[in-house]
Design a protein around this ligand. Structure first.
Ligand SMILES: Cc1ncc(COP(=O)(O)O)c(C=O)c1O
Length: 460
């Protein structure tokens, strides 16, 4: 019997919530990276599957998992990774218990309706009313879907296969963009990297020139990918100007807002032109504080999504004539079986309200500005890029040539992470190795920001 009687489930759930509550209570006291090695984790978690079950003893080892996990606490600033909003975590538990397959309305009436509703809420919240959307596992998948739509509209490939086609994106575009080009059969070599200005924003004059040159040479272009919040520095490409170029040249405009787009809730003026996109990626597991995974692809035209993604086997065809009851996500996205990703965000948004999210994002922006000021006021530190959103790139500069500085800062980063008080990641800024702190963390306080400078100086 695999099933659990209701009272056994309740006591098991109590044990898990107790372990989770303990983890959260101790989170800020935990080292950001566990003191462990590959050999140790293999010894603990490797080995054969048990032939006989352990029963409730199995739950006891959850604490071991936590002890060997990265603690994404208030001083975790690596990559674009927050602390995981706890109400949303409860939503994930409930979503798993409900075990909905969010394929079509008839498979899951509430889940389908909630996902479509939450997509609409986010579209409205970032100033893109009328956009529809589908939740995905992450920004990489959302970018892949956005470019798949671009390809199907401008260089149809679903029947006969793909052919090379050009896509323009800035040099600072995320690695998921060339990856999508490869997977879509368009080819990575056909991604035209457009130079950036001093603020790491795509240069529209260079974009114009590249498009004109390719047209003269008879090359076929299909899309521009603008980034609203680059992974390295948080730069926002000039969306309005890029949208004009896209329109003038009949190119699809995909905006990679996986990291930055949620900030349109707090600072909408910086995202002027976002609503002119054809498709937009937005990761709720980045700057809406959701536990992984929870990303959204928004798009303007559902008919194009259906042209791109619908290929329905007879066994999945709907008999409904009602537009709501006949709706199927598998006709507007890559996936067939899909988890109920929107539930946690629905719960989290209803529990806290949009205003709290705006405040949390504004606090992250303020923390980034604070770190930039602290770096600038410390003679041994050097700010390496302007702070547009919440990513701060800097380095220790005690003198020496570029190679020595790069080596020194790479060593400092490793020491900081090993020390366990603060987690930073790195970026390459104009060829230089940078320490990078990214604030998408609702637990962070001003003291945690100050801890970054202290940890880096101590690791010199
Ligand atoms: C700008 C940008 N786009 C796309 C992605 C990819 O998102 P994911 O890791 O959710 O696939 C990231 C991740 O950091 C990002 O910063």
């Amino acid at each position: 019997m695999l099933d659990l009687p209701p009272d056994e489930f309740r006591s098991a759930a109590d044990a898990v919530t107790a372990a989770a509550a303990q983890f959260l209570a101790e989170l800020d006291a935990r080292p950001v990276f566990p003191a462990t090695s590959g050999e140790q984790t293999a010894a603990i978690f490797g080995g054969p599957a048990p032939e006989e079950g352990l029963g409730s003893v199995a739950f006891e080892d959850l604490a071991l998992v936590a002890a060997h996990a990265r603690a994404t606490n208030a001083r975790f600033f690596g990559y674009v990774h927050g602390s995981g909003e706890p109400v949303a975590a409860l939503g994930d538990l409930y979503a798993s218990v409900l075990n909905q397959n969010v394929t079509a309305w008839r498979s899951s009436p509430a889940a389908i309706t909630i996902e479509r509703t939450v997509a609409g809420w986010l579209a409205d919240a970032i100033g893109c009313p009328g956009f529809a959307g589908a939740f995905t596992s992450g920004g990489s998948m959302a970018n892949l879907m956005g470019l798949a739509m671009a390809r199907e509209v401008r260089a149809p490939a679903n029947e006969e296969g793909a052919r090379p086609a050009l896509v323009y994106a800035s040099e600072e575009a995320h690695m998921s963009v060339p990856k999508a080009m490869a997977l879509l059969g368009i080819g990575r070599a056909n991604l035209r990297p457009i130079p950036v200005d001093d603020d790491f924003r795509m240069r529209v004059d260079a974009l114009d020139a590249a498009i004109a040159e390719d047209r003269t040479a008879g090359r076929h272009a299909i899309a521009i990918v603008a980034t609203a919040g680059t992974v390295n520095t948080g730069a926002i490409d000039p969306l309005e100007d890029i949208a004009r170029v896209a329109r003038d040249n009949d190119l699809w405009l995909h905006v990679d807002g996986a990291y930055g787009a949620p900030a349109a809730l707090a600072v909408p003026d910086r995202f002027t032109g976002l609503a002119l996109a054809d498709s937009i990626s937005l990761d709720a597991h980045k700057w809406l504080y959701q536990p992984l995974d929870c990303s959204l692809l928004l798009f303007r035209d559902t008919a194009i999504a259906r042209t791109t993604f619908a290929f329905t086997g007879d066994y999945a065809r709907s008999f409904a004539t009602d537009a709501v009851e006949g709706f199927a996500f598998f006709e507007e996205s890559i996936e067939l079986s899909r988890r109920f990703r929107a539930l946690k965000l629905w719960l989290s948004l209803r529990y806290h309200g949009l205003a709290r999210f705006r405040e949390a994002i504004a606090a992250d922006l303020a923390h980034a500005r604070l770190l930039a000021r602290l770096v600038q006021s410390e003679p041994a530190l050097e700010l390496l890029a302007p702070v547009e959103l919440s990513a701060v790139c800097f380095r220790v500069n005690d003198g020496g040539d570029q190679a020595a500085l790069d080596r020194h800062n790479a060593e400092i980063l490793q020491r900081v992470v090993r020390d366990g008080r603060v987690y930073l990641s790195n970026a390459t800024i104009r060829g230089a190795f940078a320490l990078r702190a990214c604030f998408v963390n609702h637990r962070t306080t001003d003291d945690d920001v100050a801890a970054i400078v202290a940890a880096v100086l101590a690791a010199r």
